[in-house]
Structures are given as C-alpha cells and as structure tokens.
Design a protein around this ligand. Sequence first.
Ligand code: GTP
Length: 597
Amino acid sequence: MQPSNIRNFAIIAHIDHGKSTLADRIMEQTATVSQRERQDQLLDDLAVERAHGVTVKSRTVRNFYQAEDGQEYEYNLIDTPGHVDFTYEVSKSLAASDGAILLVDATQGVQAQTVANLRLARENQLVVIPVINKIDAAAADVDRTTQQIRALGGDLATATIYRISAKTGLGVHAVMEAIRTTIPAPSGRATAPLKALVFDSQYDAFKGIIAAVRVVDGQLTAQEPLRLMAHNQALTAKEIGVLAPNRTATARLGVGEVGYVITGFKDPHALRVGDTLTSATTPTATALPGYQPAQSVVYAGFYPQGDHYRDLQLAVEKLALNDSSFHYRAETSDALGPGFRCGFLGIFHLQIIRERLHDEYGLDVLTTAPNVTYRVHVARETDPVVVDNPIKFPDFSQIEWVEEPLAQATITTTSDTLSAVMKLAEQHQGTLEDMANQGDLIVLTYQLPFSEIAYDFFNTLKSVSHGYATLTTELAGYAPADVVKIEVHVNYARVDALSFVVHRQDVARVTQALVHQLKTVIPRKLYPMPVQAVVEGKAVARVDVPPLRKNAAVNGEQRSTSKKQALLRRQSKNKRQASHSEIELPQAVFNAVLDLE
Ligand code: GTP
C-alpha cells in the first residue's frame, strides 16, 4: 500500500472506557474479522486478560477500510492497556503510531489515565482524536464529558469531539472517516536504506522470537539479509507478514507499514524491544532513538515448586521478551534454593506475571513478599548499597542511614469521597502537595513512600472511594527513612525468604500480626515450634506453632511414667533433628507476609 493511504494509530483511554470494544467494532466495519470469527474483545486473547477483563498486552491489527472518498486505506490499529501498571506498554505502542484516538467514557468522564495517556501521546507528537464513548448508557453525561475534554487544552480546546457507542456501533463510522482525514500518513522515504522500529516481541514455541516492527524508511523483504543495530546481530527473516489479526505472510513491508518478522532466534536474549532493524548489505547510518528502559518499582522472589527450576528459567526469559518492563535475575535463598529476583512496575503487574506463568507455562511459583529498593549507607563506604532483596539488607550494626523511594501520586476523586481519600493518604504517610479542581473532580498530588502504595493501596483507594478514585504514580526520588529488617525464625532457624523491611513505627503492630498469622499456616510437626520475629538481633514477637500430637509433658497424666518418658525422648530427638530445611513453606506462609496491612 502506498504510504499516503496508510494510517497508524493507537486507541488510548482510562481502564474500562471501551478500547477493546471499539477495536472490535473497527475490525467488524472493515470486515477484518468475519461474522464466524466474531467474539467479544477479540484482541484480549491472553487468559489473564479474559479472566480480569483488562488488556495487558498491546495488539496490532491491519484493517483495510473502504473510505467515502472511494479509496482503500490500510488502518493499522494498536490496542493498548489502560491500567496504570502497563503505561510502559502504551508508550511503546505510541512510538509506532502517528495518531491516537483518545476514548473517554461518558458515564465517568476524564480520568487519571486519560490524562496520563494523553500526555504520552503529546510527548510522541501524535495527532489526537477525542471520542466520547458509551453515549447509549443511561448514566452518560455527554455535556459534562465534553467540557472536561475541552479543559485538557491544546488542540482539544477546539477539536471536533466524536460521540459514539462502541457497543452498538453508533457514530463509529464518523470516527473511521476522521482517522483518514485527521491523522497524517507515515512520512518515511521509500528509497532510503531500511530502517524499522522493533516495538514489541513475543516468543513462539515453534518459531522462536517474533518481532513486531514498523517500517520507517525503505522496505523490508523476506529474502534480504538483515541486521539488528543494538548488538550488530545478523539475521535472515524466516517470514515477514502482517497481523490481520492472525499472522498472514507477505512478500514485503513498505514505508509506514506495521507487521511482524519471524527472526528464527531461539535465544530469548537475542532481541531487544526498541532496537532498529536494517539491511545487512545497505545499512542505514543512524539507529532510531528506541525506548527508555522501564524502571522496576516492586521486586519479589520467584521460586519453583518442586523440581522445575529450568522450566521457570525458560518461562521468565520468554515472558521478559514479551514484556520488556518485567525484569529478572537469578538468586538463591537458603530456604527455597535457586530462584529469581524479579522486578515489576507494580503489584498488579506482579500478579499478572504470576498468572501468565500459570496459564501459559503451567508453572506455579512461590512468591516472596514484595519490596521496593532501598539505598543503604554503611560505615566506611561512600556509595550506598542498593538493596532490592531484604535478604541482602546489611546488618544493622553496619548501617548509618537508609533512603527509600518516594512516589509522586496523583489521585483523582469526587468531592463526596474526598475526606475518605485524604484520610487514607495520611495513614500512608502522604504529604499533600497540591489540590486542584478538574471539572467536578478533585485532583490531589501527594508525596509518599513507594512502599506505602506498592501493595494494597490501589485496592483500598478504590474501596474507600466507591470505585471512583484513580491513581497514577511516578518515582520522585529517594529520601531518608527509618526502616528496619524483620527476620522470621522458625524453630530457632532463620528463614531468609520470609525477611522483609518496614518502617520502624510499624514494627510492633506488624510483627504481632505476622507471628499470629504464621501460627495458622506453618505446617505443624510432631513437636511445638516457636515462630519469632527478630528485629536488630532481638526477638520482638513470638508464638508457638502447636504440635500435631499432644505434648507428653503436659498431657499424659493417664500414662505410666516410663511411657511418658519414652514419648518425651522421642519428641526431643525429633526436635533436635529438625532443621529449617525440613520446614515446608507453602505459598500460604508467604501470603501471611503479603496480607499484612
Ligand atoms: P482495558 O483493556 O481493561 O483497559 O478496558 P477497555 O478500555 O478495553 O474496555 P472494554 O472494551 O473492555 O470495555 C469495558 C466495559 O465497558 C465492557 O463491559 C464493555 O462491554 C463496556 N462498554 C464498552 N463500550 C461501551 C458502550 O459504548 N456502551 C456501553 N453501555 N458499554 C460499553
């Protein structure tokens, strides 16, 4: 297709505002999917996406649109995730687009992710088409939503705002026309050397790495020897093609076209998203700018259950290829053996990766309590030790001071839930920095420790605001913090994988709750086992996990003295033989740490 008839665009929106439903309608109106193939949210094909009803991965689809001007256009649509933990995925998709449909739910109006995603679109200099969705819904307030969109400023102050129901298809045709009349055609040079952006990748069990690419200059053909510029890696494409929405082989991809390349690479490390693909014989001189690597915010250990270390290793390698904001490296725990320290953009991201390991690789992993990164300043060292694993937290006798990451959190909420939201932020050590009105909504800016929001804050925020409040967060630097490591000792042996770091002021409350929870989930043995929480070398809380059988010492009144002594001897022998390696650590034990408020 000639570039003047190609349009590459993304759909961006707050979570649940209807992106995937609109994508379905577009595919239907362009007859990309037949009636037979039709199913709701066709693009959300990962099991986790169907289970949670959210998009986690971006998807690309090529559609042919028969426009009112009598010409045929190639519409490359990129569906993107809406949840705050997947913003990185959105930014990758936008770098491959020339325009974006900004979709706003008429029943909810402009929300935090609407604003955050609009900002990303503007950073990428994309033309934005504002569209109000769900106008069929009884609770729709189109006028108010229109005002809120106007208030976003820039081009949106005067742009045509389209009104649609992605559900019924009402108004969607006008948006289809707006895409070709408003979004610019790709501007690359057909005769220049090949330059293509690798904006996504996935691992196929049979075909190896499949890269999603957008051709910026030149053309990509199946036979041509290619080169990836970051590592100067040579390759010959096994196949090139387009996603329509299934893989369909083509002979070439021209300027502005979006498609896939089957690289034949089996090593998941061979390709990096953001790299530039060029010709090996007539290479381009300069690579594309690529992407900033994603910054992990939350870390946790993943350990295989049973004898599946190698399977887990292959699975995390392949997942990291498909999700470049997921990071991992090998680590070993005394209690759990070899595993991986993994970095995520948030807790929901962690949960999704765990579920993908289960759904796509059949692996259930033990997950240790999540933590943020600390900078620990120790005696006689100029640079701080960067700790992303509580096991590695230096001994308290060495520590001079510790810094923790701070978040700048933007919370958007309604006036009637404002006081509940502010109370919650204060409980989590939030400092209010700004408060502003945005239409009927109130936008609060807080600075608070990342550890305070990394776990359950988002869910609690949703519940205290009856689902209305929304949250976006950014790393705002590091600040000194009074934090300590809590170690858990079971039967006098330290269980390293249960260590975690908390603010000192929370120690008493957290350790009491922890030992009582552990009492119910640590599998019982024939002898009683003390469970202790140890802080700075001192046990600060203790409970005993009761034995499976009655203790001869206290319950055996009816027995003869010799029988009682024999029982005591057996139990004492058992106790001495027990080491922490015999203590089973089911996921419930780690959940006890996770569940702490
Ligand atoms: P994420 O991928 O999770 O960010 O969500 P999304 O933006 O893709 O939203 P999705 O298309 O999954 O739609 C969310 C919900 O809104 C679904 O239950 C849809 O059926 C519903 N919905 C979407 N469009 C409309 C509409 O025009 N009218 C009504 N009444 N409901 C709609």
